[in-house]
Design a protein around this ligand. Structure first.
Ligand SMILES: Nc1ncnc2c1ncn2[C@@H]1O[C@H](COP(=O)(O)OP(=O)(O)O)[C@@H](O)[C@H]1O
Ligand SMILES: [Mg+2]
Length: 252
């Protein structure tokens, strides 16, 4: 049965989608049957693996009960990597979901039926702690938190960890924090080095050894609809995501 990972942080622009797409691509490349679930109305993960953001059925139809999950699963052009795409219409789900009883568990129920077809299921969360992210955290076995190497990185992290504890208590006792990953790291800057030191001091066991560098190839690969390991397999960004995938696989 596939292990479910949510990539979550309520801050935007910290590298959630980049991490979800590239982690999914790296475990798929390693031979694991992998499903990437795009749970953000921005649909950046969908586009990042080369699919358009107007496919139906999408995750929206799955969550609203209009489509079985299996009908929303698309092949991508990457071996072993399937995708449940998103569309901008998913924004409506933030309002509609809470009208259902037990709405926090709708995604969990939807993934149950396809779980044994995959070894890794990776959910890209939107930049909020709203109903969509709560559904992801209720469905997940593990959460991965990208943390951008910048000045306000730690601000909001305490709030996120409190939310995770609340979810563990109220909705999903088996949820585990798989790890925190530093993204867009630039070791030449004092700021990046300070953020890394501070994060490792506060969360010694949780921070992955692998640090994702700020890397031009990572930034440009979505515009080609490709994960970075397929856009430029030997760049520093690709090597970092391969190393992160190994660490994640070793932690589960
Ligand atoms: N390691 C990196 N190096 C360079 N650019 C990056 C890196 N990680 C993310 N980006 C870019 O930063 C922006 C925000 O990243 P994204 O993954 O979309 O964040 P989020 O999903 O948290 O909003 C995107 O344009 C992305 O391509
Ligand atoms: Mg995103």
């Amino acid at each position: 049965m596939g292990r479910i990972f949510a990539v979550a942080n309520q801050k935007g622009g910290v590298g959630k989608t980049t991490t979800a797409v590239n982690l999914a691509a790296c475990v798929a490349e390693a031979g694991y049957s992998t499903l990437l679930v795009d749970l953000d109305p921005q649909a950046n993960a969908t586009v990042g693996v080369g699919l358009p953001k107007d496919l139906t059925p999408s995750i929206y139809e799955v969550l609203s009960g209009e489509s079985p999950t299996v009908a929303a699963i698309r092949a991508s052009r990457i071996n072993n990597l399937s995708v449940v795409p998103s569309t901008p219409g998913l924004a409506g789900a933030g309002v509609e979901l809470p009208q259902n009883q037990d709405y926090q568990h709708i995604l969990k129920a939807a993934l149950e039926s396809v779980r044994d077809q995959f070894e890794f299921i990776i959910i890209d969360c939107p930049p909020s702690l709203g109903p969509l992210t709560v559904n992801a955290l209720a469905a997940a076995d593990e959460v991965i938190v990208p943390v951008q190497s910048e000045y306000y990185a730690l601000e909001g992290l305490a709030g996120l960890l409190e939310t995770l504890e609340l979810v563990q208590r109220e909705l999903n006792p088996s949820l585990t924090v798989c790890g925190l990953v530093l993204t867009m790291h630039d070791p030449r800057t004092r700021l990046s080095r300070d953020v890394e030191t501070e994060l490792r001091t506060h969360f010694p066991r949780l921070v992955f050894d692998t640090v994702i560098p700020r890397n031009v190839r990572i930034g440009e690969s979505p515009s080609h609809g490709l994960p970075v390991i397929h856009h430029d397999p030997h760049c520093a960004g690709a090597e970092a995501y391969v190393a992160l995938a190994r660490e994640v696989a070793a932690r589960v």
